[in-house]
Ligand binder design. Structure first.
Ligand SMILES: Nc1ncnc2c1ncn2[C@@H]1O[C@H](COP(=O)(O)OP(=O)(O)OP(=O)(O)O)[C@@H](O)[C@H]1O
Ligand SMILES: [Mg+2]
Length: 310
């Protein structure tokens, strides 16, 4: 396998806002070309600050950033021109039309006019029939789509999506993610934040978890789920139980569904995961079951555990 190329290199990035609030602890992070990287973290964790720092909207207090090899500070224009940003806060001129907003945005990056490209972007985002409408006439979800169209208008190689699907209906959310996949196919690197963890679970190649300005973990999504994932084994009992039998106490066992399910939680990483013990114990105590199923914990549970433990 060839070594992945670096799209964004962040070293020792710190942000202290005027007034003294430290929003980012020293952060080191490398984003690879062509990957989808999901940044997860609770409200106020520092996701937007991190994204805005890379996009040059927030000044760094310390550290270095390169984008496709361009230094964020000394080669600012080149670095910035590689980047498309869909900001969390919608910022557009309410009285401008959709077409003008998106075309103008391309011009801002010094790119020559390309009406055919703008047309295809607007069509893909189902905005074509709104192209002559003023932004203020659009619904919230449509405004967000305009922000995405703006970000795509100058054909960025790195695309930041800061909660792009907040306030967007389910159908559109799905179509947006299809488009994100398509963009990735063309080699675009995508960094997104989302509060819908199942979205990160479905979309991301790698996941970063940030909490209180600290990057707690960066990991391949599949590895993360395998390593940190606990598995649950659910026994559908033939006869409901009122309490967990004493002989099973202390084995990470609980009752669910009104006592008709016995749920055993175990660590997939441990060699001796205790499954055999539990099965033996059930047999020895004549606890009969109709069915067994297993369930791996979701990224959401992993995330909640991580943040709680930090
Ligand atoms: N301009 C500012 N001045 C002072 N503090 C700020 C400023 N902008 C953000 N902060 C603080 O920095 C911290 C991180 O904010 P940030 O917007 O990066 O969080 P976030 O992870 O994007 O949260 P959310 O999920 O709500 O979007 C918060 O405590 C916030 O109050
Ligand atoms: Mg944010």
């Amino acid at each position: 396998m060839t070594e992945p190329k670096t799209a964004i290199a962040i070293q020792g990035l710190e942000k202290v806002y005027p007034g003294g609030f430290r929003a980012l602890q020293p952060i080191d992070l490398e984003i690879y070309q062509g990957e989808i990287f999901a940044l997860l973290g609770p409200n106020g964790a520092g996701k937007t600050t991190l994204i805005n720092a890379v996009c040059g909207i927030v000044n760094l207090s310390a550290g270095q950033i390169t984008v496709n090899g361009f230094d964020h500070c000394t080669q600012y224009r080149q670095a910035r021109s590689c980047i498309g940003l869909v900001p969390q806060e919608l910022t557009t001129d309410a009285f401008e039309t959709v077409w003008n907003t998106v075309s103008f945005s391309r011009g801002l990056f010094g790119k020559s006019a390309n009406p055919a490209l703008i047309e295809s972007i607007l069509k893909r985002l189902s905005l074509w029939d709104k192209k002559d409408n003023q932004i203020r006439m659009l619904s919230g979800g449509m405004k967000r789509r305009v922000m995405i169209a703006k970000a795509l208008s100058h054909e960025p190689q790195v695309l930041f999506l800061d909660e792009p699907t907040a306030g967007v209906d389910v159908e559109l959310r799905k179509s947006m993610w299809d488009q994100v996949h398509e963009l990735r196919e063309t080699g675009v690197t995508i960094i997104l934040t989302t509060h819908y963890i199942e979205e990160a679970e479905e979309m991301a190649d790698r996941v970063g978890v940030i909490h209180k300005g600290k990057l707690l973990l960066v990991e391949e999504k599949n590895k993360l789920m395998k390593q940190l994932g606990k598995k649950e084994m659910v026994f559908e009992l033939q006869h409901p139980l009122e309490t967990v039998p004493p002989e099973l106490c202390g084995k990470n066992i609980s009752l669910a569904a009104g006592g008709s399910q016995l749920v055993f939680t175990y660590d997939t990483l441990q060699e001796d995961n205790g499954v055999t013990d539990v099965l033996d114990c059930l047999k020895a105590h004549h606890i009969l079951y109709r069915d067994i199923s297993t369930r791996q914990s979701s990224l959401e549970e992993i995330f909640v555990d991580l943040v709680r433990a930090s």
